[in-house]
Design a protein around this ligand. Structure first.
Ligand code: SF4
Length: 218
């Protein structure tokens, strides 16, 4: 059973850190807010995305954990994603492309620095592409467990903290799923192939960030 006093202290710490981070993200061109829970984050997502919009969701555990897929479908949005085991070959590639072209691109990241830079790593490169550019609006939903002090720490987090459990979720056998940390492998199945650092919100689109005072995703 969780100790509520400890939980409360953690929440207070994250709120102070999160509000400072929101200011830094805002200075870097992101439209950022802090929310105290997954439920509040979901409310914010539903406020930002109008009924009937199309929403591309790449491989993000966070978006699923906050319950956004079902809630968006319930309000008549078309949710486009590729986590459908029946998708293969050309159909799967087309779905990846369709995610990128939706009205909204809804995702998380692998790390965010305290001074407001967002970092993601990818195997196919679809998610980092969608994070970097699109005519659509991007919404990042990021748990406070992903906040780090520097770009070096962010890169380390993507490889040592995010990737091994993510590969385990996919039932992959990689050097990091055995070692529990990155060994900079040369595996055919290596999932770390494209690394993106968003130093500022990119041009030509609206970029929202919803920070969440919970541990979400990997
Ligand atoms: S480079 Fe290889 S060992 Fe390192 S995290 Fe990526 S897949 Fe795992």
């Amino acid at each position: 059973m969780k100790n509520t006093q400890f939980e409360e202290a953690r929440k207070r710490h994250w709120k102070i850190m999160g509000e400072a981070l929101v200011k830094n993200l805002t200075d870097k061109g992101f439209d950022a807010v802090y929310t105290g829970s997954a439920e509040e984050a979901l409310e914010k997502i539903l406020d930002l995305i109008p009924d009937g919009a199309s929403v591309g969701v790449p491989g993000s555990v966070t978006i699923r954990e906050v319950g956004a897929m079902e809630a968006l479908e319930k309000k008549g949005c078309s949710v486009i994603h590729h986590w459908d085991p029946s998708l293969t070959g050309e159909n799967r590639l087309q779905r990846l492309q369709d995610e990128l072209l939706a009205d909204f691109y809804l995702t998380s990241c692998n790390a965010v620095t305290r001074d407001g830079m967002i970092v993601g790593i990818d195997g196919n490169g679809n998610r980092v592409s969608g994070m970097a550019w699109g005519k659509n609006t991007i919404i990042f939903v990021i748990g406070m467990n992903k906040v780090v002090g520097s770009i070096d720490e962010a890169v380390s987090r993507t490889r040592n903290t995010a990737t091994p459990p993510n590969a385990m979720r996919l039932n992959m056998t990689l050097p990091c799923t055995k070692a529990g940390r990155c060994v900079d492998c040369n595996s055919q199945e290596r999932v770390c192939r494209a690394l993106l650092i968003l130093e500022r919100a990119t041009g030509g689109r609206k970029s929202h960030v919803i920070m969440v005072g919970e541990s979400l995703g990997f």
